[in-house]
Design a binder for this molecule. Structure first.
Ligand code: CFM
Length: 492
C-alpha cells in the first residue's frame, strides 16, 4: 500500500517559500508513532541559497582532516584549500615532527594548508608532475610526518589526473629516501559529486578502508602483533575531537577496562587507524558520517559495532553499559555502574542549578543532521523544549531518529536557507538557537542568543562533565544581560 503523501498544515507553510514552493516538501511535523520524513538528501533547487558544503568539504574538512600526523595535500586551486582550513575545531596535539629546525605546531592539520595551487596551465596540460613535486617538497619540510594524504577536488577531478599513480611514485621515492615504507593515500571526492558534504563522508570512509586493507596486506608490520592485543581493545568511530571531546570520552572507556586503540579520526595518528581491524569492537558515535566504514570493517574483518551517543547523561551511560554488555564481563559492568554513579554525583549540584534556570525554555536546533537527534535528548534532560529542528544534510534514518525522540509536532526543515531560518526564528521565538557560525549573526541581530553547536563555545560538550559545560553555555547565552537591552529597543 502506498504511503499517503505528507501534507504540511497550511499554518506551517513559511511565507518566504511562496516563491519556491518546492521547498514545502522539505518540511514536516514530527510524529513518534508514524515518523514523517521530509524530502532529504536531494539536490538543492536553483534559486534556493543552500548552506550546504560540497563533497570535498565532507571528505577533507570533516572526516579526513582531523588525522593529526599526516601531510594533507589538496590537489586543487588554492581556494579549495583555503576554505577547508582551520574553521572546524577538530583538535589534535601531535608533535610528530617537533624538534630543532623542524616545523611544529599544536594542531598542524588545522593550521597548515598544503596545496598544489592548480592554474590554467595545469588544467590544460595536467597537474600530475606538480602534485608529485608538492608531495616531495612537503615531505622535505615536514619529514617527521606519518604519511601523506592527497585530496582531489572539482578541478583535479575534471582534469582526470591519475593521482593514485603519483601516490605510488611518491611512495617509492620516500621509501628509498627514508629506508621504510611511507603510506601515501589518495581521496577522490570532487566537490561537484552529488548533493552535499555527506557524499564526501562516504567517499573518505570507502577509500580509506580500501587503502587500509591493501596497505595492511602489503605491509603486515603495520598490523597489531598478536602479543600486543588485549581482550578489550576497542576503536571509537566517528568522533572528531570537537573542542577536546575526546578528553572526556576516552578516560571513561579506560576506566571501565577498555583500551582505546584508535579514534576514527579525531586527533588520531595514521598508524593507529591502520590497526582498527585488530580491535574487538567498534563504538560508533557519528552514525551519519561513519556508518559506512563500520559496516565495511564488520563485513571484511567480522568486527561488530554498536551505535552510541556521548551527549547527555542518559545516552553516555547507555554507551558505557552497552559496551560492557557487549563484552559480557561482569567486572566491566560493575565498573561501568560505578563510573556512571561517580560522574553523576560529581555533576549533580551544577546540573540542579542549570535545570532550575533552563526549565521550560524554548530551543531551536540547526546542525548537520545527527546532532539534532543527539541533542533532542540532551534538551529533554535539561527540561527544555525544542520548537524546531533543521538539518543541513540529514538522510531518512536521521529524520526517523528525530521523529522518535522529539515530542509530536516539532517543525523540521531539511536543508534550510537563510530566509527560512529568519522566518522560523521570528515565528517560533526560541529563547536560544543552537546553531553554527554562519547563522549566529542573523539570530543575534534578531535578539536571539546562540550557542555554537558544531564546535562549541567552551567545550568539551561530550559525556557527563561536557553536558554541564553545554548547559553552562546555554545558560550564559540566555541570561546574558545584553538581550534585555536589545529587546527593550524593540529590535526583536
Ligand atoms: Fe557527524 Fe559531526 Fe554531525 Fe558531521 Fe558536521 Fe560536526 Fe555536524 Mo558540524 S561529523 S554529521 S559533517 S556529528 S561538522 S562533528 S557538528 S555539521 S551534525
Amino acid at each position: 500500500m502506498a504511503v499517503p503523501e505528507y501534507k504540511l498544515p497550511e499554518e506551517f507553510k513559511l511565507k518566504c517559500d511562496r516563491v519556491i514552493p518546492e521547498r514545502y516538501k522539505h518540511m514536516v511535523l514530527t510524529n513518534r508513532q508514524r515518523p514523517n520524513i521530509p524530502a532529504c538528501n536531494i539536490k538543492t533547487v536553483p534559486g534556493d541559497m543552500t548552506e550546504r558544503g560540497c563533497a570535498f568539504a565532507g571528505c577533507r574538512g570533516v572526516v579526513g582532516g582531523p588525522i593529526g600526523d599526516c601531510i594533507q595535500v589538496v590537489h586543487a586551486p588554492a581556494g579549495c584549500a583555503w576554505y577547508q582550513w582551520g574553521t572546524r575545531r577538530n583538535l589534535s596535539k601531535i608533535y610528530a615532527w617537533a624538534g630543532p629546525g623542524k616545523l611544529c605546531n599544536d594542531s598542524h592539520n588545522r593550521r597548515r594548508a598544503i596545496t598544489t595551487d592548480l592554474q590554467e596551465r595545469d588544467v590544460v596540460f595536467g597537474g600530475m608532475e606538480k602534485l608529485k613535486k608538492a608531495c616531495l617538497e612537503a615531505w622535505r619540510l615536514i619529514p617527521g610526518a606519518a604519511g601523506i594524504l592527497i585530496f582531489t577536488t572539482c578541478t583535479s577531478g575534471l582534469i582526470g589526473d591519475d593521482c593514485k599513480a603519483v601516490a605510488k611514485e611518491v611512495e617509492k621515492e620516500l621509501e628509498k629516501k627514508e629506508g621504510r615504507p611511507i603510506p601515501v593515500f589518495v581521496f577522490d571526492s570532487p566537490g561537484l559529486c552529488r548533493v552535499s558534504q555527506s557524499t564526501g563522508h562516504h567517499h573518505f570512509n570507502v577509500q580509506f578502508y580500501e587503502q587500509m586493507v591493501e596497505w595492511r596486506k602489503e605491509h603486515p608490520e603495520f598490523c597489531m602483533k598478536e602479543e600486543e592485543k588485549t581482550p578489550y581493545d576497542v576503536a571509537i568511530i566517528g568522533d572528531f575531537n570537537m573542542d577536546w571531546d575526546l578528553a572526556y570520552i576516552k578516560p571513561l572507556f579506560e576506566k571501565i577496562g577498555c583500551r582505546v586503540v584508535a579514534v576514527f579520526t579525531g586527533g588520531e595518528r595514521l598508524y593507529n587507524l591502520l590497526k582498527i581491524p585488530d580491535v574487538k569492537l567498534n563504538i560508533l558515535h557519528c552514525q551519519r558520517s561513519c556508518t559506512y566504514i563500520s559496516d565495511l570493517i564488520k563485513k571484511g574483518y567480522e568486527i561488530p559495532y554498536i551505535n552510541v551517543s556521548f551527549f547527555g547523561i542518559e545516552q553516555t551511560a547507555k554507551a558505557l553499559r552497552d559496551t560492557a554488555k557487549f563484552f559480557g564481563s561482569k567486572e566491566m559492568m560493575e565498573k561501568a555502574e560505578q563510573v556512571i554513579e561517580e560522574e553523576i554525583k560529581a555533576i549533580t549540584p551544577a546540573l540542579n542549578f542549570y535545570r532550575e534556570k533552563l526549565r521550560g525554555k524554548k530551543i531551536g536546533l540547526y546542525v548537520g543532521g545527527p546532532r539534532v537527534w543527539h541533542w533532542q535528548k540532551v534538551m529533554q534532560e535539561l527540561g527544555m523544549k525544542v520548537v524546531f529542528g533543521m538539518c543541513t544534510f540529514a538522510h531518512e534514518d536521521d529524520y526517523e531518529k528525530i521523529n522518535k525522540r522529539a515530542e509530536d509536532g516539532v517543525f523540521l526543515v531539511d536543508n534550510p536557507n537563510e530566509f527560512e531560518i529568519e522566518e522560523c526564528l521570528e515565528k517560533f521565538k526560541p529563547d536560544l538557537f543552537l546553531t553554527g557560525l554562519k547563522e549566529k549573526y542573523l539570530a543575534r541581530k534578531l535578539g536571539v542568543p546562540t550557542v555554537n553547536s558544531h564546535s562549541y563555545e567552551k567545550g568539551p560538550y561530550a559525556c557527563f562533565r561536557g553536558f554541564i559545560n553545554f548547559a553552562r553555555d546555554i545558560y550564559q547565552g540566555i541570561y546574558a544581560p545584553v538581550w534585555k537591552f536589545v529587546k527593550d529597543k524593540d529590535f526583536a
